[in-house]
Design a protein around this ligand. Structure first.
Ligand code: HEM
Length: 149
């Protein structure tokens, strides 16, 4: 046995004895909770959506597309969408974002108004800034599917 192979054998024996390989962390990392949980779960999400849809649908800057819309049904659908987007247990079964907003010609100002209400509602319910930003990034990515349709 050469010195090198003897060394390797000794190392293997040592790691077998300790039951720890060279790569395994000594302290297991705590599993990261989903954004859904960090937003406060279904209870918080339902309250946030209720708040945002109620405000956006009456604010003169953003209300025009809500005329005649069933807000109870819309809120339930948006909760399910946000729950599923944030890693929660819901299965969103509504239309795609492009189809849901087809013919509305939504503007970036209207989107901005909604974004402000979302942020305010999350702040009111004690959601941390980092988690608010994470949700806003997800929503921003959908803006192309929602605007000018
Ligand atoms: C990223 C931003 C947005 C997301 C993720 C979003 C999400 C949704 C979802 C999930 C629905 C339900 C679709 C269905 O049940 O099939 C919906 C419908 C609707 N959204 Fe949005 N929305 C966004 C922006 C906006 C904005 C800015 C407005 C207006 C200011 C708006 C107005 C509406 C209206 C009026 C409906 C109801 C359509 C109908 O039932 O005829 N949305 N949206």
């Amino acid at each position: 046995m050469t010195i090198r192979t003897a060394g390797a054998t000794a190392l293997l024996a040592l790691s077998a004895l300790s039951g720890v390989s060279a790569c395994s962390p000594t302290v297991p990392l705590a599993p990261r909770t989903s954004l859904f949980e960090r937003l406060g779960g279904l209870q918080n999400l339902t309250a946030v959506v209720d708040d945002v849809v109620s405000k956006v649908s009456i604010d003169p800057r953003s209300r025009r597309t809500f005329e005649g819309v069933n807000l109870v049904r819309l809120k339930a659908s948006v909760v399910s969408h946000m729950c599923s987007l944030s890693g929660g247990p819901c299965k969103y079964q509504g239309d795609s974002m492009a189809l849901a907003h087809r013919g509305m010609a939504l503007t970036s100002e209207e989107l901005q108004v909604m974004g402000e209400y979302v942020d305010q509602a999350l702040i009111r319910r004690g959601v941390a800034r980092q988690d608010r930003e994470e949700l806003e990034t997800i929503l921003d990515k959908l803006s192309g599917e929602v605007l000018n349709k």
